[in-house]
Design a protein around this ligand. Structure first.
Ligand SMILES: *Cc1c(COP(=O)(O)O)cnc(C)c1O
Ligand SMILES: [Zn+2]
Length: 502
């Protein structure tokens, strides 16, 4: 749609001008720091940071109802810079000029209703939001688009050049970082640090294909994180983990999109997501709060964080009902099919603690919940979801298993509508499906194969007739015989009835 075709009250707001006053805010000492340099922790006290806009009046001047119209009409604009997460520019990165925006097709992932069979099995209506349909096939692209747009802005302004971006990863952060960094060649180079044999072959191929320097080290993600933390302290590198608060800002788009998908009505809605390093749940809580405080939403949804019992520090923290007695203890992780969430010491824990309090206070009741699921439940629900037409990864299965647990525990009611985060594409984690089918997940994962969920290919290779060989297709009578024999064998296997002669 051309600019002059939009309604007059919306037109001045359609294409945002840079504005706002963004600053880092320390969650420990509450100090405020300029965003002119990249910070990851507070220079005074070492705590994690969030980025806040100190010019909220600018946001409040526009009534909630008008914001809703602005976002809906922005859908009809064709500007690449506003086609992804920056549809919500004023809430994600208001200081960034649109020329700085790096857009690779992230965001606005489909929200897919579960079919009647699956809903009947689960017990309430729900949708998957398929964040595996982002460019590098996980939700991490939302945060990376934000972090790299900001770095791009620093480069354009002359505040930075020849940036070496680094991250530790359980597989998806590195895939995303490598992709976005590659787009900003030659100004940005990327190095990623992965736990050896703890990312899937598909995830490993991604940063290799995008030309990042890939290091594999012994240990788990938490060890990789320690190493990049020391690298950022001792050397001039840009950290792309979610400790970088710009990542959080971009991931808030997930909440904004859910809000918009339901016409900004979050009454009786439940958002369910897996927790690893806790960056995503931080962003989801923060995003909904921003829209609520701006008057765009009249109600907040329930938010349910799910953890596997093999990596459950956040769940354990909230097991203690008395806030005064809660103590955070990192856990030693065990192998998990939700491998990208296999984290024992989540970097964003202080952010979660603070946001959970703010969220519940704003909702006027408990609106955040944490549940734990078994590895078995994660696999079974993932496979069952995909049997019903989804593309859920194991973490999507974890979300679904978490919803089932929440329903059992009475956290969720049958009249509510749930939106589940399938955080990556099923294909990235297909190795777990293979191992489930072949029964080889038993020892470390404690997952037993349910035979009704197994599916394996059938090889049909008849004896006694000519078969096609490489470069030598069959012809004439031999081809006829081959087609007849194979199709009859398949028909028999499928129990097909013959067509009646005409
Ligand atoms: C990173 C990741 C998670 C965990 O998200 P956090 O922000 O670390 O809590 C879950 N699922 C997938 C597929 C991921 O890549
Ligand atoms: Zn501080």
């Amino acid at each position: 749609m051309k600019l002059d075709a939009f309604p007059e009250d919306v037109r001045p707001h359609l294409i945002p001008e840079p504005g706002g006053r963004m600053a880092y805010r320390c969650l420990g000492c509450h100090g405020v720091f300029s965003i002119q340099t990249l910070l990851y922790t507070c220079p005074d006290c070492g705590h994690v940071l969030m980025i806040e806009d100190q010019d909220v009046d600018r946001i409040r001047k526009v009534p909630g109802a008008l914001w809703r119209r602005i976002f809906d009409f922005r859908k009809a604009l064709k500007l690449p810079a506003l086609s992804g997460i920056y549809r919500y520019h004023e809430f994600i990165g208001p200081v960034l000029p649109l020329e700085a925006v790096v857009y690779l097709g992230e965001g606005h992932t489909p929200v897919i209703r579960a079919n009647a069979l699956l809903e009947a099995e689960v017990g309430l209506p729900f949708f998957f939001k398929n964040d595996g349909q982002n460019p590098s096939a996980s939700f991490k692209d939302r945060g990376m688009a934000s972090a790299l747009s900001y770095i791009h802005y620093l480069i354009q302004k002359g505040y930075a050049d020849q940036v070496l971006a680094v991250c530790a990863s359980t597989g998806d952060t590195s895939a995303s970082a490598a992709l976005y960094a590659a787009y900003l060649r030659p100004h940005v180079r990327c190095a990623v640090i992965l736990p050896h044999q703890k990312v899937t072959p598909q995830q490993l191929s991604q940063p290799l294909g995008n030309g990042a320097v890939v290091f594999e080290i012994p240990g788990v993600f938490d060890d990789c994180m320690k190493i990049v933390e020391r690298l950022t302290e001792k050397y001039t590198v840009a950290l792309l983990n979610s400790k970088n608060a710009w990542r959080i800002l971009g991931q808030e788009s997930y909440s904004f999109e859910i809000a918009q998908a339901f016409d900004f009505d979050m009454e009786d809605k439940v958002v369910v997501l897996p927790i690893g390093n806790a960056g995503n749940i931080t962003a989801v809580l923060s995003g909904f709060l921003k829209f609520f405080e701006a008057g765009i939403l009249k109600a907040l949804p329930k938010v349910i964080g799910v953890q596997s019992e093999h990596a459950n520090p956040v769940y354990k923290y909230y097991l203690e009902p008395d806030p005064g007695k809660r103590r955070f203890e990192p856990v030693t992780v065990r192998p998990s099919v939700a491998q990208a969430a296999m984290i024992g010491n989540p970097v964003s824990m202080p952010r979660v603690i603070r946001l959970v309090d703010r969220f519940n206070a704003a909702a006027g009741k408990q609106a955040t919940f944490f549940v734990e699921v078994t590895e078995q439940e994660i696999m079974d629900w993932q496979l069952l979801a995909n049997r019903n037409g989804h593309i859920a990864c194991t973490h999507g299965g974890e979300s679904l298993a978490g919803l089932v647990r929440a329903l059992e525990r009475g956290i969720v009611k049958q009249k509510e509508i749930a939106v589940l985060d399938s955080t990556a594409h099923a294909l990235k984690f297909s190795g777990f499906q293979d191992r489930y089918f072949s029964g080889s997940l038993a020892e470390e994962f404690h997952v037993l194969t349910r035979s009704d969920l197994v599916n394996t290919p059938m090889l049909i290779r008849p004896e006694g007739i000519a078969l096609p060989e490489e470069g030598k297709p069959l012809q004439g009578k031999a081809l006829e015989l081959y087609v007849e024999r194979l199709s009859d064998t398949i028909a028999k296997a499928l129990n097909l009835k013959g067509t009646s002669p005409r």
